[in-house]
Design a protein. Structure first.
Length: 290
């Protein structure tokens, strides 16, 4: 069995997690592969456990499973590195909320036992695919959480005309617009008032950012539909971000957003559900008056 490990090296606590993992897999006949940056981090702190590991350089690697150690941002980066490889990902949380990376530090070993015993749920998460009218290329034109269109500077708002399946829906006068997957409904979209959507739902969410109109609300559409965006800005450019990976485009560049033709495989614990996460992470439904 080959396990690829990716991690957030900006959090020193990751070192103790790596030691736990190496000690756990030591006698299990597993080949561990560390992302290049993570390998350098471990090497700089304690290289005693690196003798039988491999280094992941670039995207040319194969594995049976991936471990993402960090927060949801690290998980998103891991998903981008894996791409179409169809490698399931288990997220170990060293961040704050952790909707994707939802295995807490104290549950690492029981979770790994369950994975090796094949006692887990494998969820398939939809991604967004972004194309541009002028052929501008993204290093990775897919996003697991959201695609956000925003003003490139801090001055005036922008106008975003959104069309769905060729029909104009609305021209948003706002600071931006978020196109979110169900997975991303608990991320940026939620922070601007978007609805919480179960990950298994086959929908996309359009959520305006600081809309200038009080009667404009988030909109949910089927993920089989095509979303097209046309942006007008006084600065003649705008910012588009795919899971935080940003790029500045000219206003003349239109965006076409569709459902990707592959999914990300997420490993979930058998006794852990989306609603458990809402209750535990967001205090959903908790009445503090008692």
């Amino acid at each position: 069995m080959r396990i690829a490990i990716f991690g957030n090296t900006y959090r020193p606590v990751i070192q103790s997690h790596i030691e736990v993992l190496f000690d756990y897999f030591k006698e299990k006949g597993v080949t561990l592969m560390l992302d290049n940056e993570l390998y350098k981090f471990v090497q700089a702190h304690d290289n005693c456990c690196l003798e039988h590991t491999e280094i992941i350089e670039g995207d040319d690697f194969e594995a049976d499973m991936a471990l993402s150690i960090g927060g949801d941002g690290t998980f998103l980066n891991t998903a981008a590195r894996i791409g179409r490889k169809d490698i399931p990902i288990l997220g170990i949380n060293t961040g704050r909320l952790g909707f994707l990376a939802d295995v807490p530090s104290e549950a690492i070993l029981p979770s790994l036992d369950a994975v090796l015993d094949k006692n887990f749920i494998l969820e398939e998460r939809a991604l967004l695919f972004v194309e541009t009218s002028d052929g501008s290329l993204f290093d990775y034109p897919y996003s697991l959480n959201e695609v956000s269109v925003q003003k490139q500077d801090s001055s005036s708002m922008i106008s975003i005309t959104a069309s769905v399946n060729g029909e104009k829906v609305h021209t948003y006068q706002a600071d931006g617009l978020i196109i979110s997957t169900p997975t991303g409904s608990t991320a940026y979209s939620m922070s601007v008032g978007g609805p919480l959507v179960a990950p298994q739902s086959q929908n996309f969410i359009l959520s305006p950012v600081a809309s200038h109109s009080l009667n404009v609300r988030p909109l949910i559409v089927p993920d089989s539909w095509t979303i097209e965006l046309e942006v007008h800005s006084r600065s003649q450019c705008y910012l588009v971000a795919l899971d935080g990976r940003s790029k500045v485009l000219e206003s003349s560049t239109k965006l076409r957003i569709t459902k990707a033709d592959y999914t990300v495989k997420v490993i979930k614990q058998l006794n852990h559900t989306f609603f458990d996460t809402l209750k535990n992470k967001l205090m959903w439904g908790v009445d503090k008056r008692n």
